[in-house]
Design a protein around this ligand. Sequence first.
Ligand code: AMP
Length: 243
Amino acid sequence: MRCCCGCKKKENESVPGTKDTKGAKSVKIVVLLGAPGAGKGTVAQYLLDNYDVVHFSTGNLLRNEVKNDTELGREVSAYVGSGGLVNDDIINKVVELNLAKTLESGSAILLDGYPRSVDQAKFLDQLDSGSLRDAIRIIEIDVESEVVVARLFDRKICSKCGATFGRLDVIAECSRCGGAFVKRPDDEEVVIRRRLQEYKSTTMPVSEYYGSRLLKVNGDRSPDEVARGVTDVFRDFGVKKRR
Ligand code: AMP
């Protein structure tokens, strides 16, 4: 099984128990919502380590395109580094294409960084003639914006596998693959503030769009505690634990 975003850890790993499940009925998609720095990346890593789930991160997908200098990468690079959002039509197309490939495996999917606007949420709901709608669970990690600014300022990511580490991770290199750390260009304070503003105006309405479909988890706790809150949703949704 290959992670959609090129995450090395998932390459060539099979996903036990999901190989013979095909078609929309067996599909499970968990959408992780939350402000930049709410802890989505950390929670996603915990879930990937512990559950049979494939990570689908639009941020990682786009960063890979930029890194590989593809046509799409050149088109979106100005947005990805500046905290602005990539145009809905472009990101919807990217998601439709890559999600279809990932769905073919029949694996549960952790959707990270998408949808970020109401149009994207509507697009996701109508994919596969609307049959995906009931296969989606939406979790929002809820955090105060000043907590988020402080967290993002201290964040570092692995230049090789894209894993995210925070202030509490006092290590010189990536504990997963040994890669060197880099600061994300969109983690400078001025960019962080712009991203939060963008989040408030564009992405917060997504929570309103989902209404009672949304499950809120308090993100103002340690990453482990937040992750445990999210795993309750996974268990109820029937996503299997990794053995
Ligand atoms: P992330 O790693 O999820 O914070 O995404 C990094 C950057 O990729 C964002 O600041 C956006 O420029 C772009 N991006 C990722 N996902 C989306 C999306 N769903 N809609 C628009 N732009 C996105």
